[in-house]
Design a protein. Sequence first.
Length: 657
Amino acid sequence: MEADVFVGRETELADVSALLERVRHVTLTGPAGAGKTALALRLARTLAPAFPGGVHVVELAEAPADLDSLAGTLADAIGAPRRPRTPALRALADGLAERRSLLILDTCDRVVGAAGILVGLLLRSVEELRVLTTSRQRLGLPGEHLYPVGGLRDADAVRLLTALGPGRPDPGDTGGLDVPDVPDRADTDPAGFCGSLDNLPLAIRLAVTGPTADGTVHRHTSMRVALGWSHELCTPLERLLWARASVFAGTFDLEAAEGVCADDALASADVLDGLLGLLDKSVLVREEGEGGVRYRLLNTVRDFGAVWLDRLGETEEIRRRHRDHYLALSARAEMSWQGRQLEWYRRLVLECGNMRGAIEYCYARPEEYRRGLDLVGNLWFLWACCGMQAPGDDLLQRGLDLEHAAGPERVKALWVHAWVSIQRGDLERAERTLAECAAQDADGYATAYVSQFQAHLAVVRGDVGEALRLIKHARVRHRSTGNVFPGFLPTYTVVATAMMLTGRHDQAVSVLREGRELCDSCGDYWTLIRLDLLLGQAEHLLGNTASAAASARDSLRGARLFGDTVSLMEALEVFVVIAESCGDDVLAATLFGASGAAWREAEVPPSRSPMIANLLRTAELRLRGRLGRTKFERLLEQGGSISLRDAVDHALRGESS
């Protein structure tokens, strides 16, 4: 029987209806709880007028698996006359042959082999027949068209939750799901609540309304029962891989699956076959993008696998392998970051969930604290260069609070944390962290970094002499050790800023262009973003407006590639200054509002140098004077409603709206 509440699926209904006009056999496939049955039943209702021979719905959950018995079950279900000694298949075909009919076979999973043969025979025998099947795996016919059914769209998931709201149970009564604080979370964060259940209609329904009132066990009593069906369909190898893959958070690739899941019981050569089998049974989701092919377990499917992993007694061992794999991956990324920055950024941004999982594993065990700090320190480029300052700040601080013993991992984490603190505008903490780093650095490993970031702090304070003294020391040390990045190349930003603060703008341009050439030759595209940002300021101070705007645009484009929100916000401020100097007051005021809103959303004070701070103050005074208070504030408010992404697009196009 169709569920009492059916929301959304407008696109799916239209797609499948159109598909059945063009092809003869469509299979709705997808994970347990996605609502394949509900969608098929709704299609039965909406498509009825198009099939004068009738729409016949047959559930096969308890159907016999042999071909003759299955044909007899279908013949009886559609009311086909059964004459003595007439084969059931012939009776079934005759019953469907009179006029154009739609046969809907629901839940073919357990009889997929026989159902596939039967559907193939019927399609060859009955010319006007259309067949719609639901199954977690394909039937395997040549003319079968798969239509994947996933979770609801976010808004529709919340609509379903709202529609079911009045019947919410006690927190413990969740239909077999491990969902804490069900009623409270459903009220306070409905979208997040539904997202934790993958927006699956059955999971939402059971988490909110619980199982049937009479306690009857049927295939929709709980998500665990529904997932148990999928588990039964899997081979032993696939079940083992499902359990072990539950350790992954987010997506993972074949390399990770082999590295973490393979052993004597599951050979590396068998992992790909296992993944393909799980894909075919709708246990895994396949995703393909710039990072190549990746796989994902839905949250509900992952939780089920984790239970089985625990029953196998392998949870600790597989989590250790997971930690080792991602610790090694972070070390590889750090070693080759300089020449392959965009490649590693695009790969590791997909691995953030797994990296965090490996870090959390270490942070939960005192004997692993040092490994956790090592992993966090290896990922300095994500925290400092790729817009992930907030999570990096949290993970670094937690690791430092856990591991107090001096050592190379802690020293490295300290200078990385100081760098991130500077970007987040917490200069006092950066100063304290650098002092602690220097005190614990018995081998002098971090001396150059301490000088480098102390020089940065001195520039922000306007102490040019101290900044130049410190940066000279850092540059000498970085050269002697061959540390190009993150050592030597970023020091150009401090030197150039110091020169601008003393009015030597021509020299600043020369220094910045020299730095740009070195970055190009070394493949350091991130430092180019920072150098172009400063070059835009220096060219503006020299009155070279076109060159200033071009450099600022280059900075914006580069920062967008890396997701570097700090550089995006700072580059927008440079655009404010340039636009105001050109008399484009509307654009300048709008971008001023957008940049201010972006800083507030980031919940950190702007980490700008005294130079750009002075330029911004001057630009603001002029804008207020020319536009008037009312119009200026209206444009600020308008800009504040624009997302950072849209504001960047406006700046690149030179448009205010």
